[in-house]
Design a protein around this ligand. Structure first.
Ligand SMILES: [Zn+2]
Ligand SMILES: [Zn+2]
Length: 137
């Protein structure tokens, strides 16, 4: 299991492995607390703040996605839009293989490398507004 937490003081993201209980923040050097619940099976509550409202989303690197689309768009004229079609096909092929990331509504922590809990639905904006403290991008 790997967790990305957001510093409670400055909001800087931190990647934590299972062996690390706390790690000084890269932004403000404050220790970021981290409780690992190494229970087997899908995650039920946030390992950082213990909140039980989590959501699952596809962990597709957004910047990479934008870059691919930009390249496809840039090449669309010389390739007679074949490049745009190629981008679309590429995304359709890759999408099922993109892993899920589970994220916490309250602290924004992202949990990877653990089975997705089927009880966690996709991101609901209303729920996020009710609980979200940080707005990670
Ligand atoms: Zn910090
Ligand atoms: Zn949390």
């Amino acid at each position: 299991m790997e967790v990305t937490v957001f510093c409670p003081s400055c909001g800087a993201p931190q990647d934590l492995g299972p062996a690390e209980a706390a790690k000084p923040c890269a932004g403000c050097s404050q220790e970021v607390p981290f409780k690992v619940d190494e229970a087997p099976g899908p995650v039920v509550s946030c390992p950082v703040c213990g909140f039980d409202k989590l959501y699952a989303r596809k962990d597709f690197p957004r910047r990479l996605g934008c870059l691919i689309v930009a390249i496809g768009a840039a090449l669309s004229y010389p390739t007679h839009f074949i490049s745009l079609a190629a981008v679309l096909v590429l995304e359709l092929i890759v999408y099922p293989f993109v892993p899920f990331v589970t994220a916490c509504y309250r602290c924004g922590s992202q949990i990877r490398g653990i089975a997705r809990n089927p009880a966690h639905g996709s991101f609901v904006h209303k729920t996020a507004l009710e609980h979200e403290k940080w707005k990670p991008t």
